[in-house]
Design a protein around this ligand. Structure first.
Ligand code: AP5
Ligand code: MG
Ligand code: ZN
Length: 215
């Protein structure tokens, strides 16, 4: 099964992805996480992406698609994958659908988390991210069991993401409305999108996502 977990910055894509991937035994491919891993390893791609990320802009389509195509071609993605943070432009969506078709794969569903802008700002302002495994927390809504220590990998490098300043968050949300929200309309036209209420307890949102996948 190939699924897209879609939504604005801070909608809860990363938070919900791990449980879904576990439930359906499929890998998570998160373009933002891949860029941050490159940044951590100080690669050329990481440096390039950082300039866009910290200004709330999208990394150019050619760069993103090259990365995603090579990741999707790896053997662990052959049986299905959950995409988080991709596609973010209609052009990226078309490139992906073309590749799926040419490799005999199918996009099964787009799960779109719906969360109002003001809630996104609150969520991102309080988010903390593990530099080592990318697990995300929230100072109030979802803190790690021991303050400053990652529940998943034990790292003590649980910090605020560079692009989570309020100014950059507002730019990211504006970029979402301008360039990424048309992707939802595109998938709706094809009857592939399910809109899922993203407000409420994390476990309730998870249950709604599972229901949307089964229905
Ligand atoms: P990326 O890393 O994908 O960031 P994003 O889309 O802005 O999304 P986030 O990771 O910020 O939010 P999320 O939905 O994962 O929320 P989370 O679960 O953490 O991309 C970063 C940058 O890389 C982009 O800006 C762009 O520059 C570049 N990029 C990436 N992909 C690209 C592409 N395809 N094309 C071009 N450029 C690309 O949750 C947020 C917070 O809320 C957490 O603190 C969490 O604990 C909390 N929370 C979650 N659920 C709930 C709930 N139900 N109630 C209360 N709090 C909650
Ligand atoms: Mg994320
Ligand atoms: Zn961790």
């Amino acid at each position: 099964m190939n699924i897209i977990l879609f939504g604005p910055p801070g909608a809860g894509k990363g938070t919900q992805a791990s449980a879904l991937c576990e439930a359906y035994s499929m890998p998570q491919v998160a373009t933002g996480d891949i860029f941050r891993a490159h940044l951590k390893n100080n690669t050329e791609l990481g440096q390039l992406a950082r300039g866009y990320m910290n200004n709330g802009q999208l990394v150019p389509d050619e760069v993103v698609w090259k990365l995603v195509e090579s990741r999707l071609s790896e053997p662990d993605c052959a049986g299905g994958v959950l995409l988080d943070g991709f596609p973010r432009t209609v052009n990226q969506a078309e490139l992906m659908l073309g590749w799926f078709k040419s490799t005999g794969r199918e996009l099964n569903r787009v799960l779109a988390l719906i969360v109002p802008d003001e809630e996104l700002v609150v969520r991102l302002a309080g988010r903390r991210t593990c530099l080592d495994c990318q697990a995300t927390y929230h100072v109030q809504n979802n803190p790690p069991a021991v303050e400053g220590v990652c529940d998943r990998c034990g790292s003590t490098r649980v910090v605020q993401r560079e692009d989570d300043s309020e100014e950059t968050v507002r730019l990211r949300i504006a970029t979402y409305h301008r360039e990424t929200s048309p992707v939802l309309a595109f998938f709706k036209e094809q009857g592939l999108a399910s809109e899922v209420e993203g407000l409420g307890e994390i476990s309730d949102v998870a249950a709604r996502l599972r229901q949307a996948l089964q229905g």
